[in-house]
Design a protein around this ligand. Structure first.
Ligand code: NAD
Ligand code: LMR
Length: 366
């Protein structure tokens, strides 16, 4: 009896601690879900079996803005796709995502852009057989010009924009030019897919988990002239972070097959799937926005297509992919990396292609 009595107080204390912890957690999760929702626009949202269809559930599940951030999703597509767009809305309702606080499915660009905090631009015109590059550019220039104005006038003032649709860098450039009141730091394009592909290739080559590999770089255009650079990449081992280049010990592979595999991965997926990459593009778009909004982990950089400030000799004003770190919703280009002659040449080739695309895009405006 005495023995049981001596246990009474510690048990009561433990019970109270557990109860308080449960109450605190309950209040905490309630407060999180009570956060005001952020509105995310996805254009090209009806792209059946494609990026839109893969991306929207990821956003609704919290993969883009975190597991405690409620969201409202605006989906825009064109009139011929409106039936498919409504089907996506029906499926979103049927999924009962706890974070999803509202869905708008529309073909009206003004309604779609109203009040958005994040805009993911997946919609665009795809090259069809027999079409000239200039014809495709011309269609995308007019789409991005119109959507730039709608975002400028109707989105939230601090709206962050990610352009996914190809030609991603040049579409983002047009959007920046025609939305001058959106800070240029808020307009970016997707090269995170290429970055993740480069991490994947190194992880496969060394047979290490991809989460142990970091700090590859994609320089330049999201096209086959991009320069995937592993010179500064590291791999976490038992002895700390080691140079990926030294661990691989095969500079020839790094300067040939590694680069071409990443550059041509999009085409390889299209050949194998008969459709362009959707799952990996959607997942990378979430990575891009998540790191931009919530910050990159300490000691890690990622690749983002951003407006060049002249860093690394890249012509200012071009939308070019750089290594960046993010903190408090702002990206900064990583400075001071050593650039060897081989890299310099590759970085200039992709900058030259971007300048040619810019000239072509401007010629479509006339
Ligand atoms: N940057 C990258 O890493 C990356 C990776 C993969 C694909 N992409 C590009 O992303 C784009 C989308 O790919 P997808 O496979 O989802 O294509 P998709 O053809 O399935 O979807 C595109 C959608 O855009 C819509 N659309 C066309 N014009 C529009 C407009 N004015 N406003 C709104 N929506 C419009 C179409 O109706 C369609 O539903 C393509 O340009 C593709 O090349 C980029
Ligand atoms: O859609 C494409 O042309 C390919 C895409 O940009 C990709 O990199 O997978």
């Amino acid at each position: 009896m005495e023995d049981l009595k001596s246990l009474e107080t510690p048990l009561v204390v433990m019970g109270s601690v557990l109860l308080s912890w449960k109450i605190i957690r309950h209040i905490w999760s309630f407060m999180d879900l009570a956060k005001p929702p952020l509105t995310v626009l996805v254009t090209g949202a009806a792209g059946m079996r494609q990026i839109g269809y893969a991306l929207i559930p990821l956003i609704a599940k919290g993969a883009m803005l975190g597991p405690n951030q409620p969201v409202i999703i605006h989906m825009l597509d064109i009139e011929p796709a409106s039936q498919s767009l409504n089907a996506v809305k029906m499926e979103l309702i049927d999924s009962a995502f706890p974070l999803l606080k509202g869905v708008v499915a529309t073909t009206d660009v003004v309604e779609a852009c109203s009040g958005v905090n994040i805009a993911v631009m997946v919609g665009g015109f795809r090259r069809k057989e027999g079409m000239e590059r200039k014809d495709v550019m011309s269609k995308n220039v007019s789409i991005y010009k119109a959507q730039a104005s709608a975002l400028e006038q109707h989105a939230a003032p601090d709206c962050k924009v990610l352009v996914v649709a190809n030609p991603a860098n040049t579409n983002a450039l047009i959007l920046k030019e025609f939305a001058p009141s959106i800070p240029e730091k808020n307009i970016t394009c997707l090269t995170r897919l290429d970055h993740n592909r480069a991490l994947g290739q190194i992880s496969q080559s060394l047979d290490v988990p991809v989460s142990d590999v970091k700090n590859v770089i994609i320089w330049g255009n999201h096209s086959s002239t991009q320069y995937p650079d592993a010179n500064h990449a590291t791999v976490t081992t038992f002895s700390g972070d080691e140079s990926a280049r030294e661990l691989i010990g095969d500079d020839k592979w790094l300067q040939t097959e590694f680069i071409t595999t990443v550059q041509e991965r999009g085409a390889a997926i299209i050949k194998a799937r008969k459709l362009s990459s959707a799952l990996s593009a959607a997942s990378s778009a979430c990575d891009h926005i998540r790191d931009w909004v919530l910050g990159t982990p300490k000691g890690t950089w990622v690749s983002m297509g951003v407006c060049s400030d002249g860093s690394y000799g890249v012509p200012p004003g071009l939308m070019y992919s750089f290594p960046v770190t993010c903190d408090k919703g702002q990206w900064s280009i990583v400075q001071g990396l050593k650039i060897d002659e081989f890299s310099r040449e590759k970085m200039d080739i992709t900058a030259k292609e971007l300048m040619e695309e810019k000239t072509l895009a401007y010629s479509c405006l006339n």
